[in-house]
Write a protein of this length. Structure first.
Lengths: 235, 479, 169
């Protein structure tokens, strides 16, 4: 019996007729190709670094602060290089943080900053414990000199680059004598970041973990290198 | 419910359950499964492309290489090619091609060319999968948010361009670097989508809607022919188009013995078998050789090639290529040798070594899959809590992920010995599964028990050797 | 039985040979950093460890109980971690940069401890381990684990082999 003449099986739905092959629309193909070519181009340029896919950077530098990280704390300065206890800005303001590692400055200046660590309880030791300076010296000797500066809940993630100016030594030979000199000379160790303060509150300035479980790049005292609530955003 | 004569009620069948049936018959079923994944992939892409360049703080890398990769491995056993069902990289170009996200359309975009005949196999996808693993071993792709974003972008754009030129889901079937991996591992699944009864397909269906489509629905996007005896999960992406288009309601989703495809395929192909062998080799033999020889090989090659800045270091990259080549060559060679010995031992003139090689390769998939699962188990238990860290970071700066909330808090949930115990259980489970598949595959007259055992022994020995490679690679730090 | 013996002998020989090769590959290659005959009190020994995807060199670090140790790690390719949980050491290793741990005194009982990679570095990350051997331990709790697992694997094979000749369901 010819297949087309076989009786249909009982209870089945009649087969829908096979339609003509869908009609290709050349203009749709061309439009799709154009869009894809554009997306491909944008993607290529983004990965070559020619364009940025992220949110637009704030225009201008806004209000400038200087941060001097040392083992294991921070000193904050306003745009006039006057020291402050904390960075205070208003919500919506553009902020530029200029990070000048303490080790980019002369040995005596660095050691002055590090005396501040003695006022804190670092590594489970009491404030003033003489083992703290010894640990700092050990970290310097081990090459644990970099910090990754972050501010909680803000797009700040800056890795210092002080090793480039130390040339393998724990302290710098030559170089700027003061913070003001380092800034005016645009020292090679300086890094900066510009962002907009969008949230009201007091946020921690911290040395960010480089590992998955609390390790960092500045050695023994890394976990305690937090300035609690030192970035204040007012309404 | 089907009234096809002879079909009867099958207790294994899921499509007899009302909610399941209504879901799979819904024309927009795949659209709704793809939509949430699309949203997640977009967020992953943005955070990996723009966010923190730190692998354990970036939402994109953590979700891709821990959550997605782990989910993928587990989904093979449970549902087969479940990832392909929800994958937006294949679905969106398809919607573009059809000019419709789910309803039947009379028009199409694209040239609709047939895929080149010479490439209608899994050789190219298998090679691309090896490249994919090489990019991870050589360049640390899973360690880099930017490379992860690059991978997703390349796959998405590649799929879109291929869909614009070729018909159906040519990218998904013949080009996606993961298709060979996903397809072969999906053979272990406890689910299948198959015709209920061959009779309506053979005798009463001149239109072959499941393959060609009809006025209401599309045919199989993977070019499979469910009504013509689709017998494995290798290429079935569970899109359920065939269920919707079949005029005889003759296709069902049902449970089955786990991994039945591993031994029950009547026409297993050599390209799929080599894909399976490559995957098993990459999981078991290659890591062992890399552990033992990579540094020495690199030192040797450093005398011949100029050194570079890692990871773009030619001697090391060349060493990795060499280790891959030797490892995969050894796996294929050992499988061939075991097939040869098995054929000789069986005393059967009816089977060829090539046929045995093909079947045995598929049956060894659980050995490789269990090793990959064991690797992921270790990482999950040693870094518990990372996902919540990166999700918190993402929510603070959505979707850019440029923010670190505070301290990372990954936890060692279990110690190394306890984790190894779990890994051993997984590996031995995979070995047992493969052995069962091999037992059903090995030749030998049913009446002659001795020949049956004799032909089984060589390939069982190989399965044991591959499992030992995994056991010792994972346990070498414990002794 | 003759077909079984004919298949069993070459199979068993091949499996044994390959198994020995696997054990040697997993345990053998890779230099051992050993302690001095008697560590000098008050001094810190620096042990250099190189990491690459996916292993460490040396794969065995031997120390004396009470010895003071400093680890100096470097990655040869991508970012890795060097963690010894029992000593509280966790270094981040970047390509080409040496990372040094503080001096740690190994106040651990004689035994074998795990050194592992603490940064997800790819599909082989789980295998990336090395051993810290303190003193001359008789047997670590985990020392027999791979051997026991191997014997269990063999038992599984033998068990299924007995079923191999039966009619298939």
């Amino acid at each position: 019996m010819d297949p087309g003449q076989r009786p249909a099986l009982a209870g089945l739905r009649p087969a829908a007729p096979t339609p003509a092959r869908p009609r290709p629309l050349p203009w749709a193909t061309a439009a799709a190709a154009l869009v894809l070519a554009g997306l491909t181009g944008i993607t290529g340029l983004a990965f070559l670094g020619k364009i940025s896919l992220g949110p637009p950077a704030p225009s201008g530098t806004g209000i400038v602060f200087y941060v001097v990280p040392y083992h294991y704390g921070y000193a904050f300065y306003d745009s006039g290089l006057v020291e402050r206890q904390a960075i205070e800005v208003k919500v919506g303001e553009t902020v530029t943080l200029v990070i000048v590692p303490a080790q980019a400055l002369p040995r005596e200046v660095f050691l002055e900053y590090n005396k501040r660590s003695l006022k804190l309880a670092v590594g489970g030791l009491s404030p003033g414990d003489p083992r703290v300076p010894a640990k700092v010296q050990e970290d310097l000797a081990l090459g644990n000199v970099e910090h990754i500066i972050g501010i909680a809940a803000h797009p700040v993630y800056v890795t210092t680059n002080v090793a480039a100016v130390l040339n393998g030594q724990p302290f710098r030979n030559g170089g700027p004598a003061t913070l003001a000199e380092a800034v005016s000379q645009k020292d090679a160790s300086i890094r900066s970041v510009t962002f907009t303060a969008r949230r009201v509150g007091a946020f921690d300035v911290l040395c960010v973990d480089s590992g998955m479980d609390g390790t960092g790049t500045c050695g023994w005292g890394h976990k305690w290198m937090i300035a609690k609530g030192a970035f204040v955003v007012r309404p | 419910m089907s009234t096809t004569p002879g079909a009867g009620l099958d207790r294994r069948e899921l499509t007899r359950l009302g909610p399941v049936r209504r879901a799979v018959l819904l024309p927009s079923f795949q659209f709704w499964t793809v939509l949430p994944t699309l949203a997640l992939v977009v967020v992953v892409l943005v955070s990996a492309a723009v966010g923190l360049e730190h692998p354990s703080a970036n939402f994109g890398t953590v979700v891709t290489w821990i959550v997605w990769w782990g989910g993928l491995l587990v989904s093979f056993v449970l549902v087969g090619r479940a990832w392909c069902l929800v994958c937006p990289i294949g679905a969106i170009p398809e919607w573009l091609q059809r000019l419709s996200p789910w309803w039947g359309s009379r028009y199409t975009a694209g040239l609709g060319l047939p895929w080149p005949r010479r490439l209608r196999n899994l050789w190219l996808p298998t090679a691309l999968f090896v490249v994919f693993v090489f990019l991870d071993n050589g360049y640390g792709m899973s360690n880099s948010p930017r490379m992860t974003a690059g991978l997703i972008a390349v796959l998405a754009l590649g799929a879109a361009w291929v869909s614009l030129v070729f018909e159906r889901r040519a990218f998904c079937r013949y080009l996606c670097p993961l298709t060979a991996f996903i397809g072969t591992c999906a053979l272990t699944s406890v689910f299948e989508l198959r015709r209920r009864d061959p009779a309506p397909c053979r005798n009463a269906c001149p239109t072959k809607d499941c393959y060609r489509g009809n006025a209401r629905r599309y045919g199989c996007p993977m070019g499979e022919f469910p009504g013509g005896g689709l017998e494995s999960n290798l290429h079935c992406i569970l899109c359920t188009e065939c269920v919707k288009s079949c005029p005889h309601d003759n296709i069902a989703l049902r449970w089955r013995a786990p991994g039945r495809d591993l031994w029950a395929m009547s026409r297993p192909r050599l390209d799929g078998a080599c894909a399976a062998a490559v995957i098993v080799g990459l999981a078991t033999v290659v890591p062992l050789l890399a552990l033992a020889f990579l540094p020495e090989l690199r030192s040797l090659l450093a005398r011949l090639l100029p050194a570079g800045v890692p990871p773009n270091d030619p001697p090391r990259l060349a060493a990795v290529v060499l280790v891959f080549g030797v490892g995969l060559g050894a796996t294929l060679g050992l499988l061939h040798a075991a097939s040869l010995l098995s054929r000789w031992a069986s005393g059967s003139a009816r089977v060829t070594t090539r046929a045995l090689f093909t079947r045995y390769a598929y049956a060894l998939i659980p050995v490789g899959l269990s090793k990959l699962l064991a690797d992921l188990l270790d990482h999950a238990f040693r870094t518990w809590g990372v996902l919540s860290n990166v999700t918190s970071a993402l929510l603070l700066d959505f979707p850019w992920n440029r923010v670190m909330p505070e301290r990372a808090s990954a936890t060692d949930l279990l110690g190394p010995l306890a984790v190894y115990g779990l890994q051993v259980a997984l590996l031995l489970g995979g070995l047992l599964w493969s052995l069962e598949a091999l037992r059903r595959t090995a030749p030998g007259p049913a009446a002659d028990r001795a020949s049956g055992v004799a032909s089984f022994l060589p390939i069982a020995g190989l399965a044991l050797v591959l499992t030992l490679a995994s056991l010792w690679t994972l346990g070498s730090g414990l002794l | 039985m003759r077909p079984v013996l004919r298949a069993l002998l070459p199979t068993a020989a091949a499996v044994l040979l390959l198994a020995l090769g696997i054990v040697w590959l997993a345990e053998g290659p890779g230099a051992t950093a050993s302690p001095a005959d008697a560590p000098t009190p008050g001094t810190t020994r620096e042990v250099a460890i190189r990491a690459q995807a996916w292993g460490f060199r040396p794969r065995v670090v031997r120390v004396a109980p009470g010895e003071t140790l400093r680890l100096a790690g470097i990655s040869e390719d991508i970012q890795h971690g060097l963690a010894i949980n029992d000593l509280g050491v966790n270094l981040q290793l970047r390509a080409g940069q040496v990372a040094r741990s503080p001096a740690v005194t190994v106040n651990l009982p004689e035994g074998v401890y795990t050194i592992q990679c603490s940064v997800f570095c790819g599909l082989g990350h789980a295998s990336m381990k090395a051993k810290l051997v303190v003193g001359s331990p008789r047997a670590a709790p985990g020392s027999g684990a791979p051997w026991i697992a191997s014997l269990l694997g063999l038992a599984v094979v033998v068990g299924v082999a007995f079923r191999a000749g039966r009619p298939r369901g």
